[in-house]
Design a protein around this ligand. Sequence first.
Ligand code: AHG
Ligand code: MN
Ligand code: MN
Length: 335
Amino acid sequence: MNTKKIFLTRYLVEQQRRDGHIPPELRLLLEVVARACKRISQAVNKGSLGEVMGSADSENVQGEMQKKLDIIANEVLIEANEWGGHLAAMASEEMEGIYVVPNRYPQGEYLLLFDPLDGSSNIDVNVSIGTIFSVLLKPEGAGVSEQDFLQSGCKQVAAGYCVYGPQTTLVLTVGDGVAMFTLDREQGSFMLTEENLRIPADTKEFSINMSNMRHWDEPVKRYINECLQGKEGPRGKDFNMRWVASMVADVHRILTRGGIFLYPWDKRDPEKAGKLRLMYEANPMAWLVEQAGGAATNGKQRILDIQPDKLHQRVSVMLGSKNEVDRVTSYHGTI
Ligand code: AHG
Ligand code: MN
Ligand code: MN
């Protein structure tokens, strides 16, 4: 496809026509999510000129302090998506339970999960942040419950993120590769700027919060230590390191030029499986990465195969260039 002048609507309509694997309701849903991302992007861009910076002086279900923009982005996504008739319910990092579409609107067959604002610690310092989302089909049956959301990542029917950086970029998969759209602010449209993104199997770039090194498990210590030894070490090459502290931005870099991202389990809070959340952070990113030829595991198994038992379940994450992810996974003794 010639990416010139293909805007998101046309891309989705063509996907729908090509082999009908995007039903019209899913197409509508994705357009509404993209519209919400545009509104969030506008709020982000206002910065100190709008009422969007700083703390909201409240805590979310994860015990994290909420920023004003966490709450604004959550509200924008709910308002945009509740009336269209394509959704049964939504779930978010910022809400303890699920949000069932109110009775005054028709109920659809899809479930939407999101991290409305990823990288909250970067809001006030003007560093890239984003929105991550995942779409599931509601299992057959009357009504909708939290249980309906507890599906493994391989059941996703669409997933993506929008990164609010120097450009606002939407990255999407419906299970047929990964496409990237850049927001044209004059036109107000997301324009297709790249199709069939591929992550190189090999890389010399890793992404991990090194300050936690002393808390990691042995396999992760071994992997990073070998990278740090560079040319003189067992890997025989020098590595570079990047850590934005916004998963969207780190994954975006990996989808663009390769690399490996790790947020492993660590001993600071051993009861928790990791820091990142499975259903609205790890699953959508794992699917995008796999669709681009990369790999995503928790060190022991494919992330997309994990059967969730809680909406806000956490998970250890290793994703990106396939050969590196396979290596660190093999250090955990499972492959
Ligand atoms: P969120 O802002 O949605 O809570 O997510 C932040 C996550 C993720 O985006 C990032 O990779 C990680 O937290 C950064 O954590 P550290 O501050 O521990 O490096
Ligand atoms: Mn997040
Ligand atoms: Mn968040």
